[in-house]
Design a protein. Structure first.
Length: 231
């Protein structure tokens, strides 16, 4: 993500929706002592903000005026201009599609039909995708799922070059006794890397559909929708 708008509630929740042509991310978490006032915080240069935050050793106070975002920790302070937040422009459309899919128990997403569902650990697949990216920056990725064999497979390849195949076990698998697959570009790795590696994920997919992944824990929830190349 290059930018993000955080929605803060004085009750202690922080929430955001971010979307691009390649993905949609929804996150909501409860941080009882972190939110002092309800409102929005807009990070339009997330890279610079993250660099500053990594250097901070204590608590960070973040405030927003009409045109600038202020980050302060101890004797350090950074201010950033607030520009157009591109990740919020597509968010309403994809948020509506995602909510409709959830309410429909993930039977469809838009015109795509989800046939395969289950729980898995994406860690090994993410490691494989990282290796593939190091071999070729423009590798293609296939996600294949077979509920009958309880396998979720990442196939990363470059035409005429190296190929990597990683397999994860599906728990509580639901779906047909044949393999379904969808194709993705390099953005698949960036999206899956957002997942918490210590928490199992629930996923939903089909033939030439988006890949929807849900995670949740105590006080937080995350949904990621990765757009396939055929969408």
């Amino acid at each position: 993500m290059e930018d993000v708008k955080l929605v803060l509630n004085k009750s202690g929740t922080i929430e955001y929706d971010a979307a691009h042509s390649s993905h949609y991310i929804h996150y909501k978490g409860t941080y009882p002592d972190a939110v002092k006032e309800s409102g929005n915080l807009v990070f339009t240069d997330l890279k610079k903000a993250k660099t500053f935050l990594k250097k901070c050793k204590g608590n960070v106070t973040i405030q927003q005026s009409a045109t600038r975002l202020s980050l302060k920790s101890g004797t350090m302070k950074m201010t950033l201009p607030i520009l157009d937040c591109k990740s919020t422009q597509l968010a309403p459309t994809l948020a509506k599609l995602t909510l409709k899919a959830k309410n429909g128990k993930w039977g469809t997403f838009g015109r795509g039909v989800f046939t395969t569902h289950g729980e898995t650990d994406f860690s090994d697949l993410i490691d494989g995708a990282n290796i593939a990216k190091s071999l070729s920056a423009d590798a293609d990725f296939l996600i294949k799922a077979n509920a009958d064999e309880k396998e979720l497979v990442l196939h990363a390849f470059k035409k005429g070059g190296a190929a990597i195949i990683c397999t994860a076990t599906i728990e509580n698998a639901q779906g047909p006794n044949h393999t379904v697959s969808s194709s993705f570009g390099p953005w698949l790795l960036s999206c899956l890397s957002i997942l918490n590696p210590k928490v199992k994920s629930t996923f939903h997919c089909g033939d030439s559909t988006v890949l929807a992944v849900e995670q949740s824990g105590e006080g937080w929830e995350r949904t990621i929708v990765v757009i396939d190349q055929q969408a």
